[in-house]
Write a new protein. Sequence first.
Lengths: 660, 146
Amino acid sequence: MYVIGNIALYLGIVIAAYSLLANIIGMIKKDNRWLESARGGVLSLLFVSSIAAALLLYLLGTSQFQFKYVATYTNETLPLIYKLSAFWAGNAGSLMLWAFLLCVYAAMVVFSKEKRNPMMPYVSSIMLVNILFFFTVMVLNANPFEMTGSIPPDGKGLNPMLQNPGMVVHPVTLYLGYVGLSVPFAFGIAALILKRMDAEWIKLTRRWTLTAWMFLTIGNIVGGWWAYLELGWGGYWAWDPVENASFLPWLTVSAFLHSVMIQERKNMLKTWNVSLIILSYILSLFGTFLVRSGILTSVHAFGDSNLGTYFLVFMSFMMLVSIYIVMTRYQLIKKESNQVESYFSKESSFLVNNLIFVAAAFAVFWGTMYPLISETLTGAKINVGAPYFNKVMAPIMLSLIVLMAVCPLIAWQKPAVDKFLKSMMWPLAVGAATGIILTVLGVKGIFAIIGLSSASFMLATHIQEFMRGTSARMKATKENPWKAAYRLTAKNQRRYGGYIVHIGIAVLAIGVISSQAYSKEVMKTVNKGESFTIGKYELTFNSLAERMKDGNGIVTADVDASYKGKSIGKIMPEKIFYETWPEPSSEVAIKTNLAEDLYVVVSSWESRDKVTFLVKVNPFVSWIWAGGIIMLAGTVFALFGGKPTLSRIPAIAGQKFKGR
Amino acid sequence: MKKNSKILAGLALAATAIIIMLFSTMPSAGSKEITITDLSENAAKYQDDYIMTQGLLKKETVKWDADKLELHFDIYDESGKEIMPIFYKGVKPDNFSDDVIIIVEGFIQKDGVFHAEKVQTKCPSKYEGKDYDEEKHKEIFNDKKQ
């Protein structure tokens, strides 16, 4: 099996190099047979990488400890699901996953119905360069099929913090997102090389970009959820360099998703769009580079390895090539661009949206890299932590929310200020009412109140948009409200999918603002039978019990909880002593409802009868996860809405006409 | 001036405002990253700075007062020469074991004790790093058998 695995890796390099060459020869000679052969090469790459991936899964699942990777990340008693998900617990496996996904995507692109498109050989070549890089790094630096000297009796086991359902979802979705970005990147570059400056590449890759964005969203939110459950990672978001690295491409892709609409409709912002997708792709590599290189002090960085150097070199190479191509085509792009027709139009509002996203990305990037920047400039390494990010990002995100609140009301092209002000009245009133009610209720914190008001303002705008659209359709077609609402959204899936995503963001924002501003925390050492309070909760410590499960020792604290004097049942926070790990890890117990989470950790104990607890009350955290689910639903909805918006306008107009 | 250029000028203005905001928050919201050696040699110099430092935990020095919720421990740098005593009002983080890398943020006091406001652990073998140590795992394995 050692042989099969390594043959697969070497074959990966050989086939990728061959297909790349075949593409180039095919393009120069304009010979379809060479291009056909390269297509075959991509298919064989998919085959080879599937074999390698399946083999690694099999080795992990059957605990073949003669393989170093298996022995380092799993052990005999680990549940099967974590044995398998140890696939991406280390460098070698993560690279393998990346290479495998790249091959899957490349095959999907190359064999799509656009396979005769003249851009395709270029797209295929760019993806092959990526594939070649990953296989080469695996062989040179992080081979997942490396053997141990002698077969150990048991493996080292998986880090307890990684033994969480989050481990199954979070890394894969992030990789799906990162890798997905290489497709629109490849198309963008191909379009530039061929000087095809229309929006074709954008239309072809809309679904790819949206899918990648969706996976990045899921990855980030599941990551937050995971961190929230594992104590010591401090809440759901800590502005750690590694977290920022996955947030950066999300921000730039979000900007891209909006600005491409302008290029599709108005033939503007061409350089900008191509630069955004290049930036997003480079940032996805940059994220991996940050995680692997250990150049920044992070709580969850991988250990130092020279893998970072490989990524740095590859990233710089791709960046230089991209910049060169953009520069050489710049004049051409400029010549074919249109002008903005009005200051107060959707186009301008999208420009502001892009500015905010890019500013946000820059602020995050700046803060993340500041230790390195300050070290170069002043000699002292200065880390900027959560305070910096909160201070800088809060106003940026607030302006984004306000923009989202007004944006759907602004018309394309022509300035319609009166109409805009009129339609803004109700949502604005809802926002103001929220602020007033919160103040009357005695809620403190002016910034949080402003934030919550803005979020409800934005929520109201979007709900109003749904209602307005539905009632317009009802008038036109005499349909009942449900049917009208359904037809309306089904006819404009891109638009309303986007609105649903916005609603998800409003819900998420409410969760984030409230939990950041109004979280309470109590640390307390109590004796058996003793009670303590946090907010309106009262907790009574009953006993500490010990049991064994799957070879791990589990210590459970039995706590009675009551809210405003009424019992809400037992809470059982745990500490698990993993047989393969020197220190126990905490299993948080959470009582959750719509309004708040009661979050209980058993921190340590002096004896069976004296235990220290860490208790938090985090308001509206469940809204964050709910917002994430709404965002996901909206994205999926938008994904299934296909054709570009332009071709639709006459169709809808025709329908309305028929209705009358 | 074309409308495009005017809009671009407006956006550039807004971008400048944001960048100014970035720079103005920067010094106040940061922590200086200093090595333990530097910190213990120049304790007086860094007294007013919010500092981040890291070192390896000496397990036998951990003193935990459950009633007061106070934690004392020492960390040392990799050469083993310098030792930095840490005081933290709060609970032990997970993974608080011997030779684990501890990242602390806080202020150095006149008596040379570092008062941490934040304590985090970073395990070098958390994801990757040390090679598989067969001897060590034979030990763990044997311990389990007994």
